[in-house]
Write a protein that binds this ligand. Structure first.
Ligand SMILES: C[S@@+](CC[C@H](N)C(=O)[O-])C[C@H]1O[C@@H](n2cnc3c(N)ncnc32)[C@H](O)[C@@H]1O
Length: 325
């Protein structure tokens, strides 16, 4: 999958290096917050019209849906965890994941107690039930986010759940020497399957992490998936998302014959990817009853100085919170 190196990069927070003089473009490896000209936007639109002009036939689409987890299993069988990269940006973009990012430890604990009293779940025991700060990563792959959190966040109250529908990926997480079952619980789960429940009660999570995973599921299953996740959040808890944005280089590079539906494509290895607008994501989170904390587009220009190539990346980053009532 070409996407993993796309998703990882070592860099400080958004917006640190701006390209003011286009003649300087090859002076650095990357530029932040790059403004697109109208011509560039129009050319991108044309490219997408072109590469989506012949969507794949319904029987092929059905096959990619019914065998989706097999394609990811194959991906992880081939690559295992070789795509592991430095993910320190996680903690600058999402301070909620670092020990100091837990804004009100007391209130989180109080909310947990409230939840247990209100629901009568005082005796309900589940993995991590005694923790005071619970995180869930959905579509965790081989733990590129999970392990940096476990290493960096030494909060004794922290418990991290992680799931993926690829059993090969989950097995790689569980057999990693970094996996600590006293602080983490990995399980197989299909985000888009409405019949499959999470092993955690409603209103029990402080943070849910979605990193380049929502884009991998069928667009018409996204809303329900987000609404189900929203139910798992405590009041005040939030969903953190980072994913592909509309007209990202990866979308423009698709050739004809890879498009499944508008802005949804299948890669050569059978894995799928959608390219979002900020509004589409905002609408989904709002419909799921969440309030916006952040919804930003990260337009970054990556530069291959050796080959004198420019690559325009578009990522969207969102934080949406469940109201405290
Ligand atoms: C692009 S990878 C990102 C992996 C990981 N979040 C990371 O940042 O390294 C997408 C992941 O989503 C998982 N995935 C795709 N569809 C899923 C679904 N319906 N339910 C759960 N996981 C899914 C894939 O198996 C894969 O591990």
């Amino acid at each position: 999958m070409a996407s993993s190196p796309d998703m990882d990069e070592k860099r400080p927070q958004f917006g640190n290096r701006f390209l003011k003089d286009p003649s300087q473009v090859f002076q650095h490896n990357a530029w932040d917050n790059v403004q697109w000209s109208e011509e560039q936007e129009a050319a991108a639109k044309m490219k997408v019209l072109e590469n989506s002009s012949q969507p794949l036939p319904p029987e092929k689409q059905e096959e990619y849906e019914s065998k989706a987890s097999n394609f990811w299993d194959d991906f992880y069988t081939i690559h295992e965890n070789r795509f592991f990269k430095d993910r320190q940006w996680l903690f600058t973009e999402f301070p909620e994941l670092s020990p100091s990012g837990r804004s009100h430890p007391d209130s989180a604990e109080n909310q947990r107690m409230d939840f247990r009293q209100e629901t009568g779940n005082v005796d309900k025991v589940y993995p991590g039930s005694s923790a005071s700060y619970r995180l869930l990563e959905v579509g965790c792959g081989v733990g590129n986010t999970v392990f940096p959190i476990l290493q960096t966040n030494n909060d004794p109250g922290l418990f991290l759940y992680c799931c993926d529908f690829s059993s090969t990926a989950v097995e790689l997480v569980k057999t990693s020497p970094q996996y600590d079952s006293s602080r983490c619980f990995a399980f197989v789960h299909d985000l888009s399957d409405e019949k499959s429940s999470y092993p955690i009660p409603e209103e029990s999570l402080d943070v849910i992490i979605l990193i380049f995973v929502l884009s991998a599921i069928l667009p018409n299953k996204m809303q329900d998936a987000i609404s189900r996740l929203s139910k798992l959040l405590k009041p005040g808890g939030c969903i953190l998302l980072r994913d592909y944005g509309r007209y990202d280089m990866a979308q423009l590079r698709f050739k004809k014959g890879r498009c499944l539906s508008e802005n949804f494509y299948v890669r050569g290895d059978g894995t799928r990817v959608y390219f979002f607008t900020q509004d589409e994501l905002g609408d989904m989170f709002t419909k799921a009853g969440l309030e916006k904390v952040q919804n930003i587009v990260d337009r970054r220009l990556q530069v291959n100085r050796g080959k004198q190539l420019t690559m325009y990346r578009v990522w969207i980053q969102c934080k949406y919170r469940k109201p405290c009532n």
